[in-house]
Design a protein around this ligand. Structure first.
Ligand code: PHE
Length: 353
């Protein structure tokens, strides 16, 4: 009698239609679940004659295995199928997509990458250094005299270690937020002998009141080239190439004599005003020229401090403000826009990608 039921249930299990997840679930409830038919049949095993019980028990076990095998196989198929199932046939593919609010590249990043690309084409690699710098790399190794006004609290953010009352905090600070990217020159020269051909983009800090034209945090990129027989002519040629690649062929460059403690001779680099094309306007204060950076031949004393033989090698260095270049390139009138994160401003650079 029980054997008959077993045979019927076996036929049902074998024939069960498990096309959908719902049917599979019903199958589980009906057969293999705790209150399913198989559990019921196991309960009835005690009504079987003791002599037959073993055989019937075996038969039931086989049936249970069959049911479980069918269930598991189909469950795996359904799960695998769900991952690449044909999409919902009622879905309207002509619906416009929900726009994704993707961010855009920051204009300073775009310009920095452009600068890196232009100089990489003529063999410059990128070097980096710390933003919290020591006094030696930021000033001393770059030939700044001990009493140079740039070391003054007016310009430099000094960093004190330890608590406010600690001995370190009371001692003269020897750490600071770097005021320019030139200390990275020193680090590169300490780490490597010529030929050196590196650019060093990065953030710098100066204790300035924030306004349309000044900020306490901005970006520079430095270029350093050291080898045998490097001359000022190499510097000029590289700057000409760079300016024409970045701003276009019709932009002119001029070098104005200047002074930096770590270069000799030194110059400031001006380009023709991009707004008035040299005619004179309020951006260039009527001169037709705007400054983009400083440059010069690395002072032999700086080479020597950094472990490079000034008798054998010479080199040039040049540094520019990335904000300044970005403002000129895209005619941005207020420095504060770069840090305000106003998406109406930032979105305008999307198309430059
Ligand atoms: N470090 C200088 C500055 O911040 C710029 C500079 C770099 C000048 C390299 C000469 C050579 O003003």
């Amino acid at each position: 009698m029980l054997q008959e039921t077993i045979a019927r249930v076996r036929a049902e299990i074998e024939a069960a239609d498990l096309a959908t997840a719902e049917q599979l679930d019903q199958f589980r409830i009906a057969y293999t679940g705790r209150k399913g038919q198989l559990a019921d049949l196991f309960d009835q095993l005690k009504t079987v004659e003791p002599t037959d019980r073993r055989a019937v028990g075996q038969e039931l076990n086989q049936l249970k295995q069959l049911a479980q095998a069918r269930f598991e196989e189909r469950q795996q198929q359904l799960e695998a199928g769900a991952a690449n199932a044909p999409a919902d046939p009622t879905f309207d593919y002509t619906l416009p997509p929900v726009p994704q609010a993707l961010g855009t590249r920051h204009p300073l990043s775009l310009v920095r990458e452009e600068i890196v690309r232009i100089l990489a084409r003529i063999g410059f690699n990128v070097a980096e250094g710390p933003e919290i710098e020591d006094d030696w790399h930021n000033f001393t190794a770059l030939n700044f005299p001990e009493n140079h006004p740039a070391r003054d609290m007016q310009d430099t953010f000094f960093v004190k270690s330890g608590g406010a009352d600690s001995a370190e905090a009371k001692a003269p600070a020897s750490y600071l937020l770097r005021t320019h990217t030139s200390p990275v020159q020193v680090r590169v020269m300490q780490a490597q002998q010529p030929p050196i051909r590196s650019i060093m983009p990065g953030r710098v800090y100066r204790n300035e009141a924030i306004s349309a034209r000044a900020h306490m945090m901005f970006h520079q990129v430095e270029a350093l080239f050291i080898d045998e027989n490097v001359s000022f002519a190499d510097l000029k040629q590289t700057v000409y190439y760079f300016v024409q690649e970045l701003f276009g062929d019709d932009v002119q460059v001029r070098f104005r004599p200047s002074f930096f403690p770590f270069t000799e001779p030194s110059a400031e680099i001006d380009i023709t005003c991009l707004i008035c094309k040299g005619a004179g306007c309020n951006i260039c204060k009527g001169t037709g020229w705007v400054e983009i950076g400083g440059a010069g031949m690395v002072d032999p004393a700086v080479l020597e401090q950094s472990g490079i033989d000034p008798e054998r090698y010479s080199g040039y260095a040049w540094g520019m403000g990335i904000e300044r270049i970005t403002m000129l390139k895209y005619q941005i009138k207020d420095l504060r826009l770069f840090t305000e994160n106003d998406t109406r401003f930032l979105r305008q650079f999307e198309s430059l990608l």
